[in-house]
Design a protein around this ligand. Structure first.
Ligand code: NAD
Ligand code: MLT
Length: 311
């Protein structure tokens, strides 16, 4: 029998492929503190997580039986990949299952920002009927700058074109041919930052992208730009964003992800120009079921000697 630990909430329907295998003993134990996980991990062959559990070197070094870590989602920045590799543990993710949900969430953020919907809703809940304060802007004919044109960035581009936005993207792997085929513009990071009325970030969090949007980057943007981050906290420097909003450079920001998560108190949220969700980009029934199915197949297959899809 293989011992499987599910350490973050995963879709019950999605983990059926694991439950269906007759040699898996599945333990669902979510919300463990790091020291609790460190104490328990030794007996498990597989660990399944979303983004909440941080699979650190300290945890991996206690995982003497662990063979596979599965991330039910895209970003593997919560897993110490170097430590996993050194310890002969394979890491898999589910890169496709939540693309659509994350793109839809991004569009919801852009539309909410442009029309002040969360702010107006809060005001109305406080029994104020204020129409003047919440005049918005149309997105039609505005330029959306997309930083990172991978799976989610590309889906956002198609949707933004549907809203009649002009789209321009920066991605080190974006070619003129691909941009032409998609009917969008492309440019350097600076060109995108300079041209955009709305900017949305869709890169992974890497050494190279950490604080990629810093005070210098804000300095290059148009006055009154609005910015969305549904990718990873830390790509935007939060201090720089705070100052860019207070100075009036940035008119609005929509944040789904933060440098430190979870939290309930954050100074960005004190600014009326900031709207936010608690890392909900992939939180739909469809996405959660799909990513859980994908990693469950990978884990069950791998432990039974089959190759995995996304090592
Ligand atoms: P992806 O790998 O398909 O796309 C990422 C793109 O970023 C690639 O095309 C890559 O070339 C590009 N890139 C890398 N470095 C870059 C740089 N320095 N500048 C510009 N572009 C760069 O990934 P994806 O599935 O589209 O996911 C994008 C991001 O969204 C990831 O950070 C992922 O973790 C995050 N995500 C968040 C949620 C959420 O719940 N908010 C859900 C899903 C994914
Ligand atoms: C991801 O990288 O897939 C997202 O962070 C979604 C999640 O919350 O798992």
């Amino acid at each position: 029998m293989f011992n499987i630990l599910i350490a973050d909430p995963l879709s019950e329907d999605g983990i059926q492929p694991l439950r269906a295998a007759d040699n898996m003993n599945i333990v669902v134990d979510t919300g463990l503190k790091p020291e609790e996980l460190m104490e328990k991990i030794g007996k498990f062959d597989a660990l399944l997580v979303r983004s909440q559990t941080k699979v650190t070197r300290e945890i991996i070094e206690q995982a003497s039986n662990l063979k596979i870590i599965a991330r039910a989602g895209v970003g593997v920045d919560n897993i110490d990949l170097e430590a996993a590799t050194e310890n002969g543990i394979i890491v898999v993710n589910a890169p496709n299952g939540n693309t659509n949900s994350a793109a839809e969430h991004t569009m919801a953020m852009i539309m909410s920002l442009s029309r002040n919907i969360p702010q107006a809703y809060l005001s109305l809940k406080e029994k104020k009927w204020d129409r003047k304060k919440y005049v918005g802007v149309e997105v039609k004919n505005k330029t959306l700058g997309i930083v990172g044109l991978g799976r989610i960035g590309a889906e956002v581009a198609y949707r933004a074109k549907g809203q009649r936005m002009n789209v321009i993207a920066y991605d080190p792997f974006l070619t003129k041919e691909k941009a032409d085929n998609m009917g969008i513009g492309y440019g350097t990071l600076d060109e995108v930052l300079e041209a955009a009325d709305f900017i949305t970030i869709h890169t992974p969090l890497l050494k190279e992208t950490k604080h990629m949007i810093d005070s210098d980057a804000f300095g290059k943007m148009k006055d009154g730009v609005q910015i969305v981050n549904c990718a990873r906290g830390g790509i935007i420097d939060e201090d720089a964003l705070y100052h860019a909003i207070v100075s009036g450079k940035v008119a609005g920001a929509a944040m789904d992800v933060f440098e430190e998560e979870p939290f309930t108190d954050h100074r960005l949220l004190e600014l009326p120009e900031v709207i936010a969700t608690p890392h909900l980009g992939a939180s739909t029934f469809e996405a959660q079921e799909t990513v859980a199915i994908d990693v469950s197949h990978d884990v069950a297959g791998f432990l039974n000697g089959e190759p995995v899809k996304n090592p």
